[in-house]
Design a protein around this ligand. Structure first.
Ligand SMILES: Nc1ncnc2c1ncn2[C@@H]1O[C@H](COP(=O)(O)OP(=O)(O)O)[C@@H](O)[C@H]1O
Ligand SMILES: [Mg+2]
Length: 546
């Protein structure tokens, strides 16, 4: 049944142009009439729609029928206007979206008598809508699942949006951050640089960006997270209206870089020490021969001088009145003083040369490169050599007394070890003891009274144990250590000596004793109580551990 057949032709044209169908449902007779566009909208030929409500409903997808029915029923019951959207299936199987909008007419008793509606195909709109929704879901899920932090800031730095990555990286939920100034979370010393970058971005205008900046963000647990962030000015973009910040957590990367730098420094230090060892060994070797000449020949020089002095004595006895020229010369050179002083002078030269000889021997034995295999050695010799080299640090100097070294050596068998490395440990421990004694002296001078200050000493003792172990203890009455310092002394680069320490001595010593000799190195210490380092190493090693 055709509707509007004879109706106003201008209305008909308008409906045709907008592809709008019109229908009328007579609630009294149940008759449904429609314009021909309705049939086009339903994809059927003219006259194929039976003129009742049921056949119309059959064309709607079953899942949408209930909504349409309910909407129209509600309009009939309560309101006069309604609007609904539903899907229909065309005879070719394709699905189309239609919208129907209409009005219920009533008689003078407010009894509904007919419903008049317009029908339009909104499939293209629905497709655009669906595509938009899909795209929105896609972008949202990209942002939400991104491992990077994505934030939108207002021009004044207020956080307008924060992606969920903030929870994983910083510990704050997005809700906790939105509305807060971003500067609340930036490390104070880095705030200026970020504020400047944002200012530049605002000046540069729409779509301007700033290159990645590295700075620190405060996490909820109070720690700092190192991020690398770039920004884009999208304030003029209607969809964003803010500055978009992309930040990546680079804490681990920076930590790895720091570790690498640390290892590099370690290697440089170790290399420096190895070079120094070689240099010392070379110098000691070169000095050894000339020093041997001096100390060997000085004995003959003493004998010759004694003989000459004897001859002079005899001359003076038998020729008590020499010529005036000889007398003048005797006076000039003060012969009597020379006769008295020369033997003393030669004696001190002999002692000095002997000392040099001993030091050179100790330097040679200490800096001698270790062989691959351990060798049985006299540990006491290594300690004595070390003390010989450190003599200058031990003796009294202006204002500071001599550091007394006492030894209590047990009868030790030869101990299998890498001598050079073990001597390095003795050197580190004794040097540290001297440092602690010097520090104690300095602080006692600054203290309120220094009467309680006892004389500085280092006590070294050794002991052979039944169970294939030798124990070497090096104790001092220096500053001692607090528990916090004691906890860290074997850490690489840990030092409490700001100008002179490199913090490698105990780290290397620990490695030498524990890793290279399967031993133990520990210490007893308390502030003001001095320090004792205890080395334990096996006397003999099983073959595979050597
Ligand atoms: N005998 C000691 N008495 C007091 N403190 C010591 C002693 N030996 C080591 N220490 C502490 O251990 C730290 C680390 O020692 P070390 O690794 O040799 O490095 P460095 O001597 O270069 O500081 C020292 O800085 C010091 O604080
Ligand atoms: Mg040291």
């Amino acid at each position: 049944m055709q509707y509007l057949d004879k109706s106003d032709s201008r209305l008909k044209l308008a409906l045709q142009v907008t592809n709008t169908g019109i229908w009328e449902w007579d609630l009294v007779t149940g008759q449904l009439s429609w314009s021909e566009t309705i049939e086009q909208l339903f994809g059927i030929g003219s006259g194929m729609l039976a003129g009742n409500y049921k056949t119309f409903f059959k064309r709607i997808l079953p899942s949408d029928r209930r909504l349409v029915k309910a909407t129209i029923a509600r309009a009939i019951k309560k309101q006069t206007e309604y609007r609904t959207e539903f899907r229909i299936r065309h005879p070719d199987g394709s699905i189309r979206w239609l919208t129907s909008q209409g009005e219920v007419y009533r008689d003078s008793n407010r009894k509904p008598i007919k419903v008049v509606g317009l029908c339009m195909d909104i499939t293209p709109n629905k497709q655009v809508e669906a595509a938009l929704a899909r795209s929105e879901v896609k972008w949202r899920s990209l942002i939400q699942n991104s491992s990077d932090l994505i934030a939108i800031l207002a021009a004044d730095g207020t956080i307008l949006y924060e992606s969920p990555a903030s929870e994983r990286i910083l510990g704050y939920s997005s809700d906790e951050l939105v509305g807060k100034p971003v500067f609340n979370y930036i490390a104070p010393q880095e705030q200026n640089a970020i504020a400047q970058a944002i200012q530049n971005l605002l000046k540069a205008g729409h779509k301007a960006t700033f290159p990645p900046i590295v700075f620190h963000l405060l996490c909820k647990d109070g720690t700092w997270c190192c991020v690398e962030a770039s920004g884009t000015n999208l304030l003029a973009d209607e969809a964003v209206e803010g500055i978009v910040i992309n930040a990546r957590d680079v804490t681990k990367r920076f930590q790895a870089l720091r570790d690498l730098k640390h290892t590099q420094d370690q290697l440089v230090e170790i290399d420096k020490m190895a070079n120094l060892g070689q240099l010392v060994a070379g110098v000691a070797h070169e000095i050894n021969d000339p020093v041997s000449f001096i100390s060997g020949n000085i004995i003959y020089a003493c004998d010759y001088v004694q003989d000459l002095l004897k001859v002079i004595k005899l001359y003076r006895q038998y020729y008590p009145h020499p010529e005036a020229e000889i007398l003048a010369e005797i006076e000039e050179i003060d012969l009597d003083f020379m006769i008295e002083d020369l033997p003393k002078l030669l004696k001190s030269m002999k002692v000095g040369a002997e000392r040099i000889h001993q030091i050179v021997l100790s330097l040679r034995s200490i800096s001698r490169p270790d062989e691959f295999k351990m060798k049985p050695v006299d540990i006491h010799q290594g300690i004595d050599d070390t003390l010989m080299i450190l003599q200058n640090r031990l003796k009294a100097k202006r204002g500071s007394p001599e550091i007394k070294v006492t030894k209590n050596y047990d009868q030790l068998p030869l101990v299998e070890c890498h001598t050079g490395q073990l001597n390095q440990v003795f050197m580190n421990l004794i040097n540290n003891a001297i440092d602690a004694l010097e520090e104690a002296r300095l602080s006692s001078l600054q203290g309120p009274d220094d009467t309680s200050c006892s004389l500085p000493f280092i006590h070294i003792s050794t002991e052979a144990k039944e169970d294939n172990r030798v124990i070497i203890k090096i104790a001092d009455n220096g500053t001692g250590m607090t528990a916090q310092v004691k906890d860290k002394i074997f850490d690489c680069f840990f030092s409490t000596k700001p100008d002179t320490g490199n913090g490698l001595g105990l780290w290397i010593s620990h490695k030498i004793i524990v890793e290279k000799h399967q031993g133990r190195l520990h210490c007893l210490s308390a502030p003001g109580q001095g320090t004792e380092f205890i080395i334990e190493i096996p006397i003999k090693h099983s073959h595979d551990s050597c």
